[in-house]
Design a binder for this molecule. Sequence first.
Ligand code: AMP
Ligand code: GLY
Length: 340
Amino acid sequence: MCKTQPDTRRRSRKRERGKSNLILGGGGREHALAWAVKQNPKCDRLIVAPGNAGIAELADCATLDILDGDAVSAFAAENAVDLVIIGPEAPLAAGVADALRTAGIAVFGPSAAAARLEASKAFTKEICDACGAPTADWAWFDDADEARRHVSDKGLPLVIKADGLAAGKGVVIPETLEEALDVVKMMFGGIYDAAGSSVVIEEFMDGEEASFFVLVDGETCLPIGTAQDHKRAFDGDLGPNTGGMGAYSPAPVLTPALQDQVMETIIRPTMAEMARRGTPYQGVLYAGLMIKDGRARLVEYNARFGDPEAQVLMMRLGGQALDLLQACAEGRPRGLRTWP
Ligand code: AMP
Ligand code: GLY
């Protein structure tokens, strides 16, 4: 290289400095995220806490209390981490993203206040009502007798949900009235601990279910894919309901026209309402939808990628996932608009 170019060379070296990333979590979703992040040549070092045996083959695994925001911030600072990606809902609800932002560390994932879209079913229903997003009719109870009376008055079909986070287990679609009344009793009796100290009872929505994933930087919303998961434990759609035994993407039922409708009637109004309340959302918004007669209604929001849906989404996004998550964390809407 000739002598007139040293400045250029220094600048390009700076641009090419590898990034150090930290992913929180230790499931299949985090394995998929780690796989995608590692495809990106900008990722120099990847640490996953706690990780798992599969993740250990492609990243460094660290022991860390991922529910402790101060501990995560200190760890990220010590390891010169450029971006923290929060996988599961529990650290989000515990305010780990807030602690990292306060410490000046870039983080992908919503604040605890915004993660209430997953952590409280009643909160989400109330937001939907406030912004006019279509969803099932609902009622909220913090008293077991009143809830049981409501169940008897309404009759089946209906859906009973623990209001709080219950590790994906707090939703029951009872098959008999007797079962419905027992479920209410058990939820208030503490089967899901504090998560069931109040319940939401919803209209049962018929239709086909699909998941829609949108990156949000507080303002800009970028749809990044659709998916459907296989809920039953065994082949042939048999056996108990699970959090998902596998997934595919895209979900054909979510046609481009329907995706536009979902963006206009559900996602954008919700995000605008969150911003209006002073709790803008930043991260991935996972909308569970029920589709019938060409119309989608919201079943639930999650404040994270799905597990197992992340496996198929990350396969489709590959290394660009890191650029998107980074742009989202840094509030760079132009970065978000560049995909795909
Ligand atoms: P949730 O945790 O709210 O997504 O509920 C778990 C599962 O229960 C969903 O994926 C749906 O299959 C089902 N579900 C939840 N709410 C309803 C509803 N109002 N109508 C029909 N099915 C529902
Ligand atoms: N597969 C459902 C979920 O991640 O919540």
